[in-house]
Write a protein that binds this ligand. Structure first.
Ligand SMILES: C[S@@+](CC[C@H](N)C(=O)[O-])C[C@H]1O[C@@H](n2cnc3c(N)ncnc32)[C@H](O)[C@@H]1O
Length: 513
């Protein structure tokens, strides 16, 4: 195997692998739970820090040998009762000539720690120097324990306080019932594997148990009842597992805007059929081994037709899988969610719908544009404008009325038509707009201007899909209320920001002037 030179990072003491191309990547620590039962472990140091480490090693069943000229009273007592082997002398490298699996240096003396580290290196023994990541080939994580369940947290040695903070947080979240749960499932492990040889069926059984009475019984310490309930569930004849589809709204991109119900569905999914618009950050939250199928459709260029999406939902649900149909924004807002539900209903497939934050709400919020405002707009319209047909069927006179906000979806290619039709129907050319590209995502851009300059300004800044057009007096507020990402790029005619107390709309002011 080809080996690459390594270097020690001056900041965190982590090894940096230098790959031939010259790019340096931080080597992650390999997480490992070691079985130390009856294995010799050397601890150098006999103070209180060593005492804590020894306690943990003894709990893991290690045979602890301590080398230190002096030791705390507790360690002396343990040595007297034969629980540890204490060699009352200074460290010498020959102690690593004896077989040991690990060595921990807890002396507080940097020269001794260095000597321990070097001796360990030369004997190929894993070494931890307390609070010294650079001289440690293994680190001891912060641990949350609930019975046999252990959650180990590492900051790579760089920020142990963060790891400890996280441990306290997890401690407060996880009660003892988690330990009971692990014990219960460990006892029944062989039975469960025999009953459900297929991993998917096994996982579903487990999730059904977690969604049922077990957690409550365990929390209430009714351990016998929990045991009986699991036994009964294992003996029961399994119903043929019926697949289902959950339509989940993924929101506009920021994963923080996904709902808890959406997250749960993603965690339970066997198959995820997702649109192109769903952000990678949201997809990362889904169950790792769920099959992900992109059924992306871009405006104009449909890569997977709707009929094919229907067929995929049907195929996977009929095979007993839990399908998540993950859509950008909300499934029922220009998302063809209605058609998909009708199809599922006609084919007898069970379904649920989890709403998502639609682009109009998210883009408005992330651009600092309140969609309604006592002084400027009393209603909002969500409009789709992506093809000639949708332009021709819209009621442009109604859309051209003042004191309402229009949110145009899929309108990037039709901005000039929108401008012409609205002005022809009587909308003031000075009406402000905010065009929000990649709303809520790190690369969000907001372009502002007046209706008259809508298409030219957007072209000048090469606005691309996904972008949402917000048109109406409220759009002028983007200049003052924006808070996320870069400031809006204003066109030359963009109106002065209306004062919050101003009652009349921009257009009214203009007419009066
Ligand atoms: C097919 S529609 C889907 C709408 C989606 N169901 C929703 O509720 O937001 C796609 C359009 O939504 C808008 N859109 C979706 N995500 C967006 C985002 N992050 N930023 C700006 N516009 C977005 C764009 O107008 C895009 O062309």
């Amino acid at each position: 195997m080809k080996s690459f030179p390594t270097a020690i990072s001056p900041v965190y003491g982590q090894r940096l692998l230098r790959f031939p191309a010259g790019a340096a990547v931080t080597a992650a620590l390999f997480p490992l739970f070691a079985d130390l039962r009856d294995r010799p472990v050397l601890v150098v140091g006999g103070g209180t820090v060593a005492e804590r480490k020894i306690e943990a090693l003894r709990r893991a069943g290690a045979q602890v040998r301590v080398v230190a000229p002096t030791a705390t009273p507790a360690l002396r007592q343990q040595a007297r009762s034969g629980q540890i082997d204490w060699q009352a002398e200074p460290f010498s490298p020959h102690w690593l000539g004896e077989p040991v699996w690990l060595v921990i240096a807890a002396t507080g003396d940097s020269a001794v720690n260095q000597a321990v580290y070097e001796a360990a290196q030369s004997h190929g023994v894993f070494c931890n120097v307390v609070d010294d990541a650079q001289r440690s080939s293994f680190q001891v994580p912060a641990v949350v324990e609930r019975g046999a369940l252990q959650i180990a947290i590492s900051s790579g040695g760089g920020a142990p306080m963060v790891a400890r903070h996280l441990r306290r947080w997890l401690e407060s979240l996880l009660d003892d019932s988690w330990g009971h749960l692990v014990a219960l499932f460990s006892r029944h492990r062989a039975g469960i594997r025999a009953r459900f040889p297929d991993t998917g069926a096994r996982r579903r059984f487990f999730e059904e148990q977690l969604a049922g009475a077990l957690p409550r019984l365990l929390r209430d310490q009714r351990l016998d009842e929990a045991e009986a309930a699991l036994g009964a569930a294992l003996d029961a004849v399994p119903a043929a597992s019926a697949g289902s589809v959950v339509l989940v709204g993924a929101g506009p991109g920021d994963p923080g805007l996904l709902t808890l119900a959406g997250l749960r569905a993603l965690n339970e999914a066997d198959v995820i059929l997702h649109d192109r618009l769903v952000s990678a950050a949201v997809l990362q939250l889904a169950r790792r081994d769920a099959e992900r199928i992109e059924v992306g459709k871009s405006a104009g260029g449909h890569s997977v037709g709707q009929a094919q999406i229907h067929a995929l939902m049907l195929e996977h649900a009929r095979a007993g899988r839990r399908v998540v149909r993950l859509k950008g924004g909300d499934p029922f807002v220009f998302g063809r969610g209605g058609e998909e539900l009708e199809f599922l209903r006609d084919h007898g497939i069970g379904y649920e719908v989890v709403p998502g934050i639609t682009a109009a709400l998210a883009c408005a919020a992330y651009a600092g544009v309140p969609l309604t405002h006592r002084a400027h707009a009393q209603s909002v319209r969500l409009v789709t404008a992506h093809c000639q047909d949708s332009f021709d069927t819209l009621d442009w006179e109604a859309l051209a009325r003042e004191r309402q906000t229009l949110a145009f979806y899929m309108g990037v290619a039709g901005l000039e038509t929108i401008r012409q039709r609205l002005i022809a129907a009587g909308r003031d050319p000075a009406t402000p707009f905010a065009l929000v590209e990649n709303g809520s995502r790190p690369q969000q851009r907001v372009i502002t201007g007046t209706l008259d300059e809508l298409a030219t300004h957007a072209r000048e800044h090469q606005v691309a899909s996904p972008a949402l057009l917000i048109l109406g007096e409220v759009a002028a507020l983007a200049g003052r209320l924006h808070w996320f990402g870069a400031a809006p790029i204003a066109g030359p005619l963009f109106p002065a920001i209306p004062s919050p107390s101003a009652k009349p709309s921009v257009a009214t002011i203009k007419r009066a002037a």
